[in-house]
Design a binder for this molecule. Structure first.
Ligand code: TRP
Length: 460
């Protein structure tokens, strides 16, 4: 690979900066909106256990694999596969990633748009005692103008950051705001677990009923792990490509996984006690559930009427920023491909991709009450946003991660990959474990689940 012939590429400013940026990509709506939504639809605590196993045994090794591919090649996913397996069909994995990124961004921006709307709702004092939580959600998601307008606003913010490039844009945001998010989450956990009726919620979330585990739950857990960790479509390949040669890939992957998972677990501690306190049905709320539940939590925070307003403002502002540090990584993959491989300017590439994702996102923006048939697709029963989340936010990532693990484990090879992991300090302490997981456990687990699911579908 002649990396020297190309113009100097952006790089992260320091080791910590890389961990923060990768965590910024990982931590987002997937943790605070996705994790509780998927957990409640899949039986609560039983799902949580499978999720933790999926993160440790499948998510973490794939994250390291993506970092390694990225740093070795210094390319976007398409270019990376071209560089490591020239002339082969593996480049399709990169292309699939570019596509999945655009599709995920399309609905991600819709949900993130709701957080923007909720910032305004907090500011105007709507989160006070007796708030009509469902009506508040409906006034945003159920109104075509509001839903599309906030979607456009969020997509525009995303483009503005991505145009700034890696160091100027992405890095600066993440550093300050992630720790602030953790603080406010902890305060909300404290409020949620002390609500009357919190007990049954904690039980649903933490006491597993193993009879609820089935293949569907396991696949949902793996899919959610990939979504939350930003894996399976090359986002972490792209971020890894901006790492310097002294970054430690192994510890970086460990920190990002730990951080991301802790935040998801905290979100569960907020959502489930509140959900039961508010007398809602777990698994019934769809994409709006988390927003409805959060409103009812905020409206219990004293002193009236300031508590809900102040906490609401802080919380939704930080959630919006967390979503922004994730959406930029979704936009960055297609942008980096157009910039690196097609010679398009960064500005043109990011505006073009975002405009496309905005248009594709419009039906998702209309799928939570605004347009009835999009809100419950004929023959599928699901709303359009949840459907896209399932197809691109879960299945495409599972398939992408499968191919990435097969490529790293068998095609490029664990030896070459391990040499790259070791290149900064000569150490790779979990080499044997990682090699086993990436070569055997990840591919075998994913393939058998997919085959079983397909077989079930055909049999029914
Ligand atoms: N991980 C982010 C979240 O939890 C979403 C995200 C960003 C993502 N980049 C990604 C998901 C790449 C899958 C692939 O909100």
């Amino acid at each position: 690979m002649e990396t020297t012939a190309r113009p100097a590429r952006d790089q992260w400013g320091s080791k910590l900066a890389f961990i923060l940026a990768a965590s910024g990509s990982a931590v987002g709506l997937g943790n605070i909106w996705g994790f509780p939504t998927v957990a409640s639809a899949n039986g609560g605590a039983a799902f949580v256990i499978v999720y933790l196993l999926a993160v440790a045994l499948i998510g973490a090794p794939v994250m390291l694999a993506e970092f390694v591919i990225g740093r070795r090649t210094e390319r976007n996913p398409v270019g990376a596969f071209k560089a490591l397996a020239p002339g082969s069909a593996w480049v399709v994995v990169g292309a699939l990633g570019v596509l999945a990124g655009v599709m995920i961004l399309s609905f991600y921006s819709v949900i993130a748009g709701w957080t923007l709307a909720y910032i305004v709702k907090a500011a105007t004092g709507e989160f006070t005692a007796g708030a009509d939580t469902a009506a508040i959600f409906n006034s945003v998601a159920g109104s075509p103008g509001a839903a599309i307008g906030w979607h456009l606003a969020f997509m525009s913010l995303t483009v503005l950051v991505v145009i700034g490039g890696v160091r100027g844009g992405i890095e600066r945001w993440t550093k300050i705001l992630m720790p602030a998010l953790v603080v406010i989450l902890l305060l909300l956990v404290a409020r949620a677990v002390t609500l009357t009726g919190a007990g049954p919620g904690l039980e649903f979330y933490l006491r597993p009923d193993f009879s609820r585990i089935d293949v569907g739950v396991v696949l949902a857990a793996i899919g959610q792990a990939f979504f939350s960790l930003s894996l399976g479509m090359g986002a972490m390949i792209t971020y890894g490509s901006y790492m310097t040669k002294d970054d430690d890939l192994e510890t970086s992957a460990g920190w990002v996984v730990l951080f991301d998972t802790s935040i998801a677990l905290m979100a569960g501690l907020i959502i489930f006690p509140t959900l039961f306190h508010a007398g809602l049905e777990p698994g019934a709320g769809g994409p709006g559930m988390v927003f409805v539940v959060l409103t009812s939590l905020l409206s219990t925070i004293p002193p009236e009427p300031w508590g809900g307003t102040v906490f609401g403002l802080l919380f939704f502002l930080l959630l919006m920023v967390a979503a922004l540090t994730s959406s930029i990584s979704l936009l960055e993959v297609a942008t980096a491909w157009l910039v690196d491989d097609k010679g398009v300017s960064r500005k043109k590439a990011s505006i073009g991709v975002a405009a496309l994702a905005f248009l594709i996102g419009i039906p998702s923006a209309l799928a939570n009450g605004a347009v009835p048939w999009l809100s419950s697709l004929p023959g599928i029963g699901m709303d359009f946003l949840s459907f896209l989340f399932m197809v691109f936010g879960q299945y495409a990532l599972v398939v992408g991660a499968l191919l990435i693990s097969v490529f790293t484990g068998w095609v490029w090879g664990v030896r070459a990959a391990a040499a790259e992991v070791r290149s900064n300090d000569g150490k790779f302490s979990l080499e044997a474990t990682w090699s086993f997981l990436i070569r055997f456990l990840c591919p075998v687990a994913i393939v058998s689940l997919l085959v079983y699911l397909l077989w079930q579908q055909l049999a029914s």
